[in-house]
Design a protein around this ligand. Sequence first.
Ligand code: ZN
Length: 314
Amino acid sequence: MSHPILGLHHVTATVDHAQDDIDFSVGALGLRLVKKTVNFDNHHVYHFYYGDERGTPGTIWTTFPYAGHGVPVGRKGAGQVVTTSFSVPGGSLAWWRARLSKHGIAATDVADRFGDAVVACADASGLEFELIANKHDHREPWIAAGGDRDVAIRGLHSVTMLVRSADRTLDLMTSVLGYREIERQDNRVRVAVGHAGPGRTIDIVVDPSAPMAANGVGTVHHVAMAIDGADAQLALRQRLIDYGCHVTDVRDRCYFTSIYFREPGGVLFEVATTGPGFEIDEPVATLGTALKLPPWEETYRSTIEVGLAEIDVP
Ligand code: ZN
């Protein structure tokens, strides 16, 4: 049976202040803000999508800035994506250390990951990130004004999810989602789909004594994998149900449709379609510049707009 997962689609986190999030994602990382919308489950909170020029699946980082809404700080732990890693060109990490420092962000060298050099950093909410330098990512990067093609982020490299035991997680990911084990080192197992490599990779780290995670500010909410279309999504949904997962109905996210379920280790997974994409409601040239609302929220636009913090995109 064919395995329809193409790779990563996006990673979504709960963050604190909207402006801090823009300053980190656009100002420091140099990602493009490709969509400024609201949380479809709470229209008083922004939903920012960042990525390459068009917000191509596999390049997308998304946030809900929940400052002022009484959401507690989350707890990092098992059953969660604990690190989001971006792919940068080999040899660019010295440039990135200087860049992060210029933005007041501490960069930490961590051990090479399966042969690739890594720098770690955190945003103002305490979310943990890595830049993984490698020579085999051929995706065309978004280059912000004044940016440099030789160092620009290519997209997501991988995520690291923490679980107390990997056996059932690996079984689901290999038997239903089409991942295969690529490498293993200490308590870290790397799985990937398709041609593997950046954007198609997930690391599973096992720590039997890790506390269970609690969702909240400064934590990743879910990781989404990409699937080609609605038919493949429905077929996969049925296979997940047959496997024993509790899967949501298909949800309309405007720019893609989604299903959600928890893998056996507790991490919230989403499977999102590659289309229709972010150009459905504004042209490529001006992506992310206007507040875009789904049709069912347009009625409330004036109320929504006054409730959202003003932001300045660099
Ligand atoms: Zn999502």
